[in-house]
Design a protein around this ligand. Structure first.
Ligand SMILES: Nc1ncnc2c1ncn2[C@@H]1O[C@H](COP(=O)(O)OP(=O)(O)O)[C@@H](O)[C@H]1O
Ligand SMILES: [Mg+2]
Length: 567
């Protein structure tokens, strides 16, 4: 028991929230606490979003009472402190849009009450999102599968400070929750994750043997990371999630895709975790993907260069000729060396001059209608720089190599694609090519045996979908705009949502935010947080605020540290 709903002229109860009293002995009512109030056959669940302590005196009288006490033997007199809190309504039964009717009693939420919270999510659609904060026992919170993975709604965005918000860790937690749900209900679903930061996702398969082993490791992890109080909480959360079969961290397999020179390959030596090597030749990618790799996201690509690349590759296609990056480079060099008329004359004349004989022997590029020496030269330099810097995802000598195919993506597994160590250009190339392969695969229903639903996790989304005008983000915009019909969903992760393409961010129906600076949170993008914006700079690791279409309000939640991180 905490107190009672306040219905007064200065603090009226409203359809979306109400104030309530906090009795003297009610400890632990804080922002993020979940409460329930009942009366007249109605139940209302709320989350505390504001709290005030005050007394009926003013600052001046408090001051004088302290002065008087300090001059003599008497102690200062303490006026009664009035404590009240404001709850934002999250869920209710029956579904009504009216304020609570009278001074109903308010108490903390327990696991049994949580059914009201989830009544809009059928049992077989529940994907674990985390647990309610400030509760003495683990109370799970769910996402609705059809609103996270399509086709009703889709996509999630996770934001917050690097190292503090535990964004990547939450992405892994959600991946495991999604796959556990998929296995339980026989829904062929795959998760694809791009690894962009060192070993972040390259050791997902290295986890404790069982829960007993995990308990030991969580304890020493908590000690080592200076958060000893978290050990017991997280052990409880894991035990709860495993016993209810909401997550089975021990039963989820990981498949890795990486490039031959990746230094992290040695992490994958275990025979059980076989990996597949990938490499891309020019013929394995589209013109669009080539352009997105050659030019950086923030630059405006000259149309003359775009047209030349298109004309060249289109002509090659019509001639049924497959080219490697190197051959294309050589051809660009030829276009950059001779004027179109020079070449045409050299090829058509009956009596070539010595100079024309040289051209005839050197020029083997397809003869385009027209080109500009300087344009071809610019492309030649781009391509040359790209090939020089490429570290391993590119095979420049063979037209076709071993690209990642839709059928390589295995359902019920986390498919990790290693990007770390590649140049930014290569990363863009691989990401765009994989996204295309997946959307095409799902679109033609190639998935008789493969995945019917795919969730893609893109860390450092700002590099792939920046706010600035950029041709590289088209693929991602397309997925967020149309993916849900294909049951193709994306989890985008970045520090600042304000740096992300507005359409991409706007299409994410689920938003998650961890510790962030007030300057970022003041952006209009975070309006949905309401009063909660004030606690965002105070959130600890493992604490997040989620906003999902199934709930009337954003909700503070906690999640336990992923098990591969405690090793
Ligand atoms: N639930 C959690 N509670 C406490 N610490 C966590 C939790 N999940 C992850 N961490 C720790 O927080 C740190 C940052 O996590 P990470 O996911 O890499 O953050 P980000 O991706 O936001 O930079 C890691 O050292 C990790 O061990
Ligand atoms: Mg991260």
């Amino acid at each position: 028991m905490i107190g009672y709903v306040i219905i007064t002229h200065d603090r009226p109860a409203k359809p979306d929230g109400f104030w309530f009293t906090i009795e003297k002995n009610a400890e632990n009512v804080q922002i993020g606490s979940y409460i329930i109030t009942e009366g007249d056959g109605q139940r209302i669940i709320g989350v505390v979003e504001d709290e005030e302590y005050y007394s009926v005196t003013d600052a001046t009288s408090q001051y004088f009472s302290e002065i008087m006490a300090s001059g003599g033997p008497s102690l200062p007199t303490y006026p009664i402190v009035i404590k009240i809190a404001k709850a934002r309504i999250v869920a209710r039964e029956p579904s009504l849009s009216v304020p609570p009717k009278s001074r109903w009693p308010v108490r903390f939420l327990n696991a049994k009450d949580a059914e009201v919270l989830h009544k809009n999510i059928p049992d077989d659609k529940r994907i674990l999102a985390g647990f309610l904060t400030g509760s003495s026992e683990p109370v799970p919170v769910y996402y609705h599968a059809n609103f996270l993975l399509g086709d009703q709604a889709a996509h999630m965005n996770i934001g917050g400070k690097t190292g503090l918000a535990a964004k990547t860790s939450y992405g892994v937690f959600i991946a495991q929750a999604v796959l556990s749900w998929a296995k339980k209900h026989g829904e062929p679903t795959a998760v694809v994750m791009f690894n962009v930061k060192r070993g972040d996702l390259m050791t997902l398969h290295k986890i404790p043997k069982n829960m007993k082993d995990a308990e030991e490791k969580i304890k020493s992890w908590a000690k080592k990371t200076g958060q000893p109080d978290k050990a017991e909480i997280y052990i409880n959360l894991w035990n709860s999630a495993i016993s209810t079969e909401e997550i089975d961290p021990f039963g989820i397999e990981v498949k890795y895709f990486t490039y031959p020179t990746d230094p992290y390959i040695k992490e994958l030596d275990n025979a059980k975790y076989r990996y597949r090597l990938y490499r891309y030749g020019l013929n394995d990618i589209t013109v669009h993907e080539l352009l997105a790799a050659l030019y950086s996201p923030h630059e405006e690509i000259p149309m003359t260069q775009v047209n030349h690349v298109y004309a060249y590759l289109e002509t090659m296609k019509q001639m049924n000729r497959q080219v490697s990056f190197k051959e294309m480079y050589t051809h660009m060099h030829q276009y950059a060396s001779y004027e179109p008329r020079e070449v045409r004359d050299a090829l058509s004349t009956r009596q070539p001059t010595p100079q024309q004989i040289v051209i005839r022997s050197r020029f083997n590029a397809p003869l385009l209608d027209n080109w500009h020496i300087s344009v071809a030269g610019a492309i030649e330099r781009r391509l040359g720089g790209f090939m020089d810097r490429a570290r391993g995802a590119i095979d420049s000598t063979s037209p076709s190599c071993s690209p990642i195919k839709f059928t390589d993506i295995e359902p019920y597994k986390i498919n990790v694609i290693q990007l770390y160590g590649l140049t930014d250009s290569e990363k863009r190339l691989v990401v765009n090519a994989v996204l295309r392969e997946i959307s095409d695969g799902l679109a033609v229903g190639e998935s008789q045996i493969g995945a019917k639903r795919i969730m893609i996790l893109i860390d450092e989304l700002n590099a792939y979908a920046p706010k600035t005008k950029s041709p590289i983000k088209e693929q991602i915009i397309d997925i967020t705009a149309r993916g849900r019909d294909l049951q193709l969903s994306m989890i985008g992760i970045q520090q600042f949502a304000s740096g992300i393409d507005t359409q991409v961010y706007g299409n994410c129906s689920t938003k998650v935010i961890g510790n962030s600076d007030i300057a970022e949170i003041n952006s209009p993008l975070y309006k949905y947080l309401g009063e909660f914006s004030r606690i965002v700079p105070l959130l600890g690791k493992g604490e997040l605020i989620i906003y999902h279409p199934m709930y009337a309000s954003p909700m503070p939640v906690i999640f336990p540290v992923p098990l591969h991180e405690v090793m």
